[in-house]
Design a binder for this molecule. Structure first.
Ligand SMILES: NC(=O)c1ccc[n+]([C@@H]2O[C@H](COP(=O)([O-])OP(=O)(O)OC[C@H]3O[C@@H](n4cnc5c(N)ncnc54)[C@H](OP(=O)(O)O)[C@@H]3O)[C@@H](O)[C@H]2O)c1
Length: 246
């Protein structure tokens, strides 16, 4: 039996890309999924697909930029399954642009979703994890959490922040038997580039992403981190396409 069997896993951003692939991977290994995102039709379809394959999943429409909605999501998981074993803070967006373009709406969205969303997620699950002295929080950073490129100053800033927050979380909570994992993907096929609002940027990034790997590659890495024995913490993984230089 897999270590993932019967683990209750909340996934934010489960409606597409890495989140969706991870939901399917973990469901196939027996996890009880709590799917969250804003697009209800996508969540409903995913739930049905998982259930049709014999898996267990519930969903709740959730905007990660709302602390209240994140608390309600954690409560929903606790009410339904009685515990939260894993939170995967995966929701994110990447509307890259140059600083001089002053895309303040895009900056704010990235800060709200990529940083505050992660913080609200952590805050929502920590009380029950601390009480049970058991839990695992997986935060999706990026290669952009290690290197900054022109045009990705804000996105990289949010992903550096995710790594800093994750390391702080690890230092604060290892004594409560709560594991912390940073997953830093390189280029992965998903809907991520749809969030780019500057046409020339989107074209250039889409071209670069022709070498991207499947979301399932990241899903397998996440499953690997979860299925370790509880005294083993995979603290960070970088997963790139083999042919990605930086
Ligand atoms: N693809 C890559 O190359 C790559 C590389 C490194 C890191 N990442 C990171 O991987 C994570 C997943 O991205 P992806 O590549 O799978 O892209 P994606 O297909 O665009 O998925 C993003 C997910 O985030 C959700 N989301 C966005 N804003 C949200 C909000 N306010 N509240 C709740 N959910 C929200 C979206 O769902 P709704 O729109 O339905 O809410 C969607 O499910 C992100 O954190 C991204 O930064 C991706």
């Amino acid at each position: 039996m897999s270590n993932i069997q019967d683990q209750v896993v909340i996934i934010t951003g489960a409606s597409s890309g890495i989140g969706e692939a991870t939901a399917k991977e973990l469901a196939s290994k027996g996890a009880k999924l709590v799917l969250a995102a804003r697009r209800e039709d996508r969540l409903e379809t995913l739930q049905e697909e998982i259930q049709n394959h014999g898996g267990q999943a519930i969903y709740k429409v959730t905007d990660v930029t709302s602390n209240e909605q994140m608390e309600e999501l954690a409560e929903f998981a606790l009410q339904t399954f009685g515990k939260i074993d894993v939170l995967i803070n995966n929701a994110g967006l990447m509307p890259n642009s140059f600083l001089y373009m002053k895309k303040i709406d895009d900056w704010n969205k990235m800060i709200d979703v990529n940083i505050k969303g992660v913080l609200y997620g952590i805050a929502a699950v920590l009380p029950s994890m601390r009480e049970r002295k058991s839990g695992h929080i997986i935060n999706i950073s990026s290669v952009a959490g290690h290197f900054v490129g022109a045009g990705s100053a804000i996105y990289a800033g949010t992903k550096f922040a995710v790594r800093a927050i994750s390391e702080g979380l690890r230092k604060e909570e290892f004594g409560n038997n709560i594991r912390s994992t940073i997953i830093s993907p390189g280029m992965v096929k998903s809907e991520l580039t749809e969030s780019i609002t500057v046409k020339e940027f989107k074209q250039a990034v889409d071209q670069m992403y022709e070498g991207a790997i499947e979301s399932e590659s990241i899903a397998r890495a996440i499953a690997f981190a979860i299925e370790q024995p509880s005294d083993v913490a995979i603290n960070e993984m970088i997963i790139r396409p083999t042919n990605q230089e930086r």
